[in-house]
Write a new protein. Structure first.
Length: 315
């Protein structure tokens, strides 16, 4: 998904989640596009569409959506307890982020295209009732509900390699046995949101369908890769009908607000292996969403390396 509307989802020039995140990604994407010369035969860039209020209600409460609309019109205050500012017109920008994720799903489901990438998307902290951690609407959660309602796809694997735990997705589907959840993140005792411990494996009928993999600060690819095989076996056993990947770039070394030291090679490895699993179980249905990342060079590398891997997945 490529579209300047996505750049409008930010919280100000000086905020870590600023407008340059999208432009950095796009600049590197276009550079690789030019260098390759053949990419237009392999990629079909699509422009984002705006999600409707009705689509937001697939996951969010009516009450919260109304609050987001009102605060966004005013452009004052916060959409949560103080992390996510209600910037003027942030509601419209957030609707484009959600719309880009849903359009990518439509594209995968209705075309021969198997794999898709949506930058800026992957806003995994928002809960059903509130914004959280720079995330106004949880497009990941909306995507899960949308796949079920529009396409009757029940068994979904959600894989998250952002440095922060995907708490908005985890707790919303904690008791849902058809949502396989795998999350590599910096240990909750050392980073926001302070959740995602190893003993959080799901509730009720869903016990055993969630795999939280907290990594100590300063963990490198070696540590993450050594734990990946277990995650791959977990997803393989689940036999998903669709795979969602949140590939936040803030788990790379040099991020200003986290302390993991992974490289984009881990992102590439995970993408390639999920491509293999998607081909094996669900005719290649794999959507990657950009997620966090506050070092612009890391965003460029990680997100574009994910795209390169998606292009090179062997069918
Ligand atoms: Zn993050």
């Amino acid at each position: 998904m490529l579209g300047d509307e996505l750049a409008t989802y930010h919280f100000g020039e000086d905020h870590p989640f600023g407008p340059k995140r999208y432009w950095s990604f796009k600049e590197e994407f276009e550079k690789r596009f030019e260098q390759d010369g053949q990419l237009d035969k392999k990629i079909s860039p699509q422009s984002p569409q705006r999600a409707s209020e009705k689509q937001l209600t697939l996951f969010h409460t009516q009450e919260y959506i109304k609050k987001a609309i009102a605060l966004s019109e005013k452009g004052e205050g916060y959409l949560d307890c103080g992390d996510t500012p209600a910037r003027k017109e942030i509601y419209d920008s957030a609707c484009f982020v959600v719309g880009s994720t849903l359009k990518a799903i439509d594209y995968i489901m209705n075309h021969d295209c198997c794999y898709a990438f949506a930058p800026i998307a992957g806003l995994h902290h928002a809960t059903r009732e509130s914004a959280a951690g720079f995330c106004v609407f949880n497009d990941c959660g909306i995507a899960i509900e949308y796949l079920r309602k529009e396409y009757n796809i029940q068994r979904i694997a959600y894989v998250d390699i952002d440095a922060h735990h995907g708490d908005g997705v985890f707790y919303s589907f904690e008791d849902d046995p058809d949502l396989c959840f795998v999350d590599f993140h910096q240990h909750g005792t050392t980073l926001y949101p302070g959740t995602g411990f190893i003993n959080e494996t799901g509730k009720g009928k869903a016990v055993g369908t969630k795999l939280n993999i907290p990594l100590p600060p300063n963990s490198t690819d070696k540590m993450a890769c050594s734990l990946w095989q277990n995650a791959e076996n977990f997803i393989n056993k689940f036999k998903p009908e669709f795979i969602l990947l949140q590939c936040g770039a803030d788990s790379l070394a040099g991020d200003p607000i986290t302390q993991l030291k992974l490289s984009s090679e881990f992102h590439a490895h995970v993408t390639s292996r999920l491509g293999y699993l998607a081909n094996k179980h669900c005719a290649g249905k794999l959507l990657a969403m950009g997620g966090g990342g506050y070092n612009l060079d890391n965003i460029k590398e990680a997100w574009n390396d994910v795209i390169t891997e998606l292009i090179n997945i062997k069918t």
